[in-house]
Design a binder for this molecule. Sequence first.
Ligand SMILES: NC(=O)c1ccc[n+]([C@@H]2O[C@H](COP(=O)([O-])OP(=O)(O)OC[C@H]3O[C@@H](n4cnc5c(N)ncnc54)[C@H](O)[C@@H]3O)[C@@H](O)[C@H]2O)c1
Length: 427
Amino acid sequence: MNHNLTDNLKNLSRRHFLKSSAAGMAAALASKNVLFAAQAKKKFRVGLIGCGGRGTGALENCFEAAGILDIDLEVVATADWFKDRAVAAGKKHNVPESRCFAGADGYKKLLDTNVEVVLMATSPNFRPVHFDAAIRAGKHVFMEKPVAVDPPGGRKIIAAGEMAKQKGLAVVAGTQRRHQAGYQRIKYALERGAIGEIAGGAVWWCGGALWYQTKKADESDADYMVRNWVSFTEMSGDHIVEQHVHNLDVANWYIGRTPTSALGFGGRARRKTGNQFDFFSVDLDYGNGLRIHSMCRQINGTDGSVREFFRGTQGETWGGGGLKAAKEIVVPEFPDRNPYVQEHVDMLQSIMSGKPINEAHDVATSTLTAIMSRISTYTGKLVRWKDVVENESSPYYNLTLKPTPEDFEKGEVVAPPDDITAVPGQD
Ligand SMILES: NC(=O)c1ccc[n+]([C@@H]2O[C@H](COP(=O)([O-])OP(=O)(O)OC[C@H]3O[C@@H](n4cnc5c(N)ncnc54)[C@H](O)[C@@H]3O)[C@@H](O)[C@H]2O)c1
């Protein structure tokens, strides 16, 4: 008989929590007292690159995490393409204007300070260059997803992530669900055979249109692209990379491997600026007969769905939610707080414990899964995993979107024309 494991999970973990909480709290408090009697309060020096909506949010999340861990944070520097944004973000944390850096090389000046932990939330195209520089400079990193827009960028993240391991640096990515109790509980149960082998599934991010900006008179192409980044594939990777990466990440995480190929189609129906598509539908082949359907859309007035579903040989699950399984699994308690905050708790705790988390490979391969899917959709061709990660003779291996981050630093940015998009079937 099938049990509804979700209910069992709740009951078991509630019982587990009730049993363990009193003793656990006492032990935690005791160890805290011993720690604080012996040493001063731990303090981290933090910096923020990309002071927009998510970056300033991530900084607040980091402060909330520090409060939970009872440690101090000092913001030593900020960096943004636009000076006013760097200054506004710095002002909230008493950062002098001289350490609120602007422009394409602001990140270098920030990395030259004594900052220890760097939060990165620019548009994704800059991430590989910024991340590589941060790791070379010996900084711990929290970086927002996605982490690249093209195959060389994804591979650069993987390589820098390996360097981070050798240097003992923490790398945490803003993919969230890997730090979200509901998802962690299901992952734990899946690893113990709750639904047998995953045999197929579907992942969705279908919703309304995001914001867009139009070009101002006398504005440089670079400023326009930075402001209107969610409309340009060269800046965002397109929304299959920028947004749907969350759900593709769950598929790779739950299945435990990346797809072997992607074949997709999609199109543009309502956008006015930039060159992105409005919808994608992709067949992902994970090998051994396992296929996942990926679907994403940004069109107002259409039905929405942001979720993941997996059918197993002995049950089924909705990512982070319901689970119908053939057997009961006892699941431990996972911290059940806002995952945007939990990411920072996990990062700071891992640094203090001397066992730094390193999520560079996971977030890079999920980003590359989305990039492989986009390339297939734009070209109409089947794209194989090895074409983006190892087959140097593939036309996609060195596919580099322009303008590159280096072009921004050299001041050589020419924006692609608005409303001219890829046409599948044409080289
Ligand atoms: N995890 C999540 O749920 C989540 C939610 C929203 C956004 N994000 C991600 O966060 C990132 C930022 O998104 P946002 O919504 O904050 O965008 P935003 O436009 O509000 O902020 C981006 C900021 O980066 C700055 N910037 C751009 N290029 C820069 C450069 N080379 N150097 C320094 N600063 C630069 C911009 O001026 C801007 O202030 C994106 O990767 C996005 O996908 C993640």
